[in-house]
Structure formats: structure tokens, C-alpha cells
Design a protein around this ligand. Structure first.
Ligand SMILES: [Zn+2]
Ligand SMILES: [Zn+2]
Length: 232
């Protein structure tokens, strides 16, 4: 059964000292949920969008099959599609939830509108700690760095690892597009500034794992993204 995708760019059979990245696409918004783990089998779950029982089971089975130990739950930002599975993950694995403080309002707001989006069973969660620019998230022998990239949501962060040249980018920059800025707390100029000042300083080969759709690279988006391409 093939129930997860492995990014071939990140597979290196000669080196087992590394972060493995697995993604799942959950809920009607087709949101990408990420599980990152290393050789110690410790893992973090980022933006669990699992809502239906079969989605929660898919995530649970993956973790069971690889005998992973979940140590942290992280949200890049707190729109409904990225937090639907927060309650399940916290309850199942008894792990703390980390978000940026500026997105606490975004998280709290979900309860009020979940039903109108068809998620009547949504159960709210509270953050247990906050992510700030420059923080490091440790799991196993691995580290993710936090960068603050507001614009799509007021407290949006991306999590990156320069040694392995990737970031978990949430809804900031997509393959050929950018995050929408018409939701509460969104701002177009702020988003473009985040992309140019935070993402576009990384090297062209850095892989961005997006909150929706396929992964991309900084170079591809610099060259061809219609919203923020840099003329060559
Ligand atoms: Zn979003
Ligand atoms: Zn999203």
C-alpha cells in the first residue's frame, strides 16, 4: 500500500544521518501535512490537516509502522485546513503544540467558523508554546530553524534546514503561486516582502515543501512565479 509520498530529492541512501520528510494530503482543501523524522526515530508533525477517521488512521499507521516517537506538534499558521488534526495529534501522542503568538487569534477563530465550512466535529486546541524568528526546533539529532513570514496569516512561520536545503513553507509560496491575502490578518505587500526578504535569500536549489500542491525550489519561483518573479 502506497500511502505516502517520499520526496526523491531528499533521499540519500548513503547517509542515514538525515531528516526524512513525508507528506500526506488531507481534507477537502488538499492540505499537505508533514512528518519529519531522523535516524533516532523521533519525529515532529507539522500542520496536521487530518479530520476524517480514515485520515487520522493513515497518519497513525505511518507512525506506528515506522515506530516513530512524536515529540512535537507545529503549525506554520492556524487556518482551519492546517489545524483540523491538532486535537487528534495532541491527544494521541500527548505532545505540545507550538505556533507563532501572532496566530493565536487565527487559531481561536477556527471554532466559530468550523461548522460553516462543514467541520462540525472540529475540536479546538490551545498552543502550549510559541515559535519565534531565530528559534530552533530540536528532534532527535536534527534541527529546524524558524523564520517569521507574515502576510498570508499574521503569525505565519516557515521551518527550514539549510544543511539539507529545504523548508516547510506553509502557505507563503506555492509552485507558481502565492498564498491568498484576503483572509483576516492577510496583507499582500507584507507577503511579498516576506517572500523576497526571507525566502529569496536562500540558495536557488533549496526545496520548498508547500502547504498545498507540489514542492518547488527557490530558483524556479524566482524565475517564473508570476507574483514575485525576479527579472533575470
Ligand atoms: Zn492558510
Ligand atoms: Zn492552507
Amino acid at each position: 500500500m502506497n500511502f505516502f509520498r517520499i520526496n526523491p530529492n531528499l533521499c540519500n541512501s548513503h547517509d542515514n544521518q538525515m531528516i526524512n520528510i513525508n507528506s500526506f494530503t488531507f481534507n477537502p482543501f488538499m492540505e499537505n501535512t508533514y512528518v519529519l523524522y531522523d535516524e533516532t526515530k523521533e519525529c515532529v508533525i507539522i500542520d496536521p490537516g487530518c479530520y476524517e477517521g480514515h485520515e487520522q488512521n493513515e497518519l497513525k499507521l505511518f507512525i506506528e509502522n515506522l515506530e516513530l516517537q512524536v515529540v512535537k506538534l507545529l503549525n506554520t499558521h492556524c487556518h482551519i485546513d492546517h489545524v483540523l488534526g491538532n486535537y487528534f495529534v495532541k491527544k494521541q501522542y500527548n505532545v505540545p503544540l507550538y505556533i507563532h503568538k501572532e496566530d493565536e487569534q487565527t487559531l481561536n477563530a477556527v471554532t466559530a467558523y468550523a461548522s460553516s465550512y462543514g467541520f462540525a466535529e472540529y475540536q479546538s486546541t490551545k498552543a502550549d508554546g510559541y515559535l519565534e524568528e531565530g528559534d530552533s526546533i530540536i528532534f532527535g539529532n536534527s534541527k529546524l530553524d524558524v523564520v517569521f513570514v507574515p502576510g498570508h496569516a499574521p503569525g505565519h512561520v516557515a521551518l527550514y534546514n539549510l544543511a539539507q536545503n529545504f523548508c516547510i513553507g506553509g502557505d507563503v509560496l506555492f509552485n507558481g503561486s502565492i498564498g491568498r491575502t484576503d483572509l483576516p490578518g492577510g496583507d499582500f505587500d507584507t507577503l511579498i516582502n516576506s517572500i523576497h526578504s526571507k525566502f529569496f535569500i536562500w540558495n536557488d536549489d533549496l526545496v520548498v515543501h508547500c502547504g498545498h500542491g507540489s514542492s518547488t525550489t527557490i530558483g524556479d519561483e524566482k524565475r517564473s512565479n508570476p507574483f514575485c518573479a525576479i527579472a533575470q
